[in-house]
Design a protein around this ligand. Structure first.
Ligand SMILES: [Fe+2]
Length: 427
């Protein structure tokens, strides 16, 4: 593979080819569903700290006898939090016991659930739920669910002209949190990407699953020669749908002197899972300023990062329209290539376990994922890993089952017109 001229540092992008997938059209992320131990309090935390608003509910009062779900929204971002209601063992209770609070379903919007589901099953997807049509006074929604990495699933959601606030069976919530009006809005607009962490040597098979089963294609990748610090490293492949509305970066740890942050995640989550969710905003300066004011904790970026950034920008054609002083004051990260730039910042883990965190991102003609910031990001995370006693010697075991490459994978060639690696050309 050749690297593209002017590309962000060390990353590779891919041509999706000229043959559109046979079935279905994706339309971005619909929502993310979490299993949590106390949905009421988690929803309140997202409203208070991150500026979401409670919009829907199901529980004992709506006839849901076993599960309570609180649903929050900001812009087009919808998060649903479910907890078990009864003192008995259940799938949700077992998941929470092992993983703590975690994202369980990354749901995609699409145009034809039945066709996409049928094709996915034909191509080897494991079904969780065959397509069902659910109705209420606001219209009809068709849903189906398949397994992906770890215990994470993908629901396919076809809303047609559904007018309800979330899904059939949920009660709309009109009551506003009294604190909402006393705090400025954050302005988070939509889910930009959702990152899945894998154990060592599992990244390529997982990325290939998306290419094979959902007819996604590779969009972007970096290897550990790019994404590393003095101590730890990772590799990442981003897969996306034909319209490029859903971006799913897939990470794995790479050998380094110390334990990778990805391995730390896998150890504490108990296997593969959702590492971070990036939330896109049209005004990151305002968003970070307001989120900090609401008490959300972000990673610390040292002064030297900004000294280096100013030197690199001085040699670049790119002009940053936001004030660099403000960017530095708010500790926001900048990545750029010849054509555009992105601004991003990462929260600290939002739970006691060092697992799930959030990214806030603003893009200016830049479709990358911040490869130029990985060193600074790694070093910031490693400072905190060390405080947690987890920047230890690497003890990852290699899996013998890793396919050498998708382009050589017979299974991939059998089911797809073109294996995903063969589609890789440079933009
Ligand atoms: Fe990200």
């Amino acid at each position: 593979m050749q690297k593209l001229e002017g590309l962000e540092r060390g990353a590779i992008t891919y041509d999706k080819g000229s043959v559109r997938p046979e079935v279905g059209k994706w339309d971005g992320f619909d929502h993310v569903h979490f299993y949590v131990s106390n949905a009421k309090q988690v929803a309140a935390w997202y409203c208070l700290r991150m500026g979401f608003q409670l919009i829907a509910y199901r529980g004992l009062e709506t006839g849901s006898r076993d599960i309570v779900t609180q649903v929050v929204k900001q812009g087009k971002i919808i998060f649903a939090f479910s907890s078990p209601l009864n003192p008995e063992s259940s799938d949700i209770a077992r998941e929470i016991m092992i993983r703590g609070d975690a994202a369980q379903d990354v749901a995609f919007k699409c145009g034809d659930v039945k066709a996409i589901y049928a094709k996915a099953i034909e191509r080897g997807a494991v079904s969780v739920m065959a397509p069902v049509e659910e109705k209420d006074n606001f219209g009809t929604v068709i849903r189906a669910t398949v397994k992906t990495y770890g215990n994470v699933v993908h629901s396919f959601i076809q809303r047609n002209d559904y007018k309800g606030v979330f899904l059939p069976g949920y009660k709309s919530i009109e009551k506003k949190d009294p604190l909402a009006d006393s705090l400025p809005p954050v302005g988070l607009a939509f889910i930009d990407h959702v990152v899945g962490n894998q154990p060592d040597n599992e990244m390529v098979p997982v990325a290939d699953w998306y290419c094979k089963v959902l007819e996604f294609h590779r969009f972007w990748s970096v290897d550990d020669s790019v994404m590393h610090s003095n101590y730890s490293a990772l590799r990442s492949i981003v897969v996306t749908d034909w319209e490029e509305t859903i971006k799913m970066p897939i990470n794995e740890p790479a050998p380094g002197k110390k334990k990778s942050q990805i391995q730390e995640y896998v150890d504490y989550h108990g296997g593969p899972g959702v590492q971070h969710i990036a939330l896109n905003t049209p005004d990151i300066l305002k968003a970070i300023s307001v989120l900090r004011g609401r008490g959300l904790d972000f990673l610390y970026v040292p002064k030297e990062y900004y000294e280096d950034l100013r030197k690199r920008l001085a040699k670049s054609r790119i002009k940053i329209s936001e004030s660099l002083d403000e960017i530095e004051r708010l500790n926001i990260l900048v990545d750029f290539d010849d054509k555009g730039y992105l601004l991003q910042l990462f929260t600290r883990p939002v739970e006691d376990r060092p697992t799930l965190f959030y990214e806030v991102i603003q893009r200016h003609n830049h479709a990358g994922f911040g490869a130029g910031n990985f060193k600074a990001l790694f070093e910031a995370i490693e400072r905190e890993q060390a405080e947690r006693g987890n920047l230890t010697n690497l003890t990852v075991k290699s899996s013998p089952s890793r396919p050498s490459d998708c382009s050589n994978g017979k299974e991939c060639e059998d089911v797809a017109k073109e294996p995903c690696e063969k589609k890789a050309k440079h933009r």
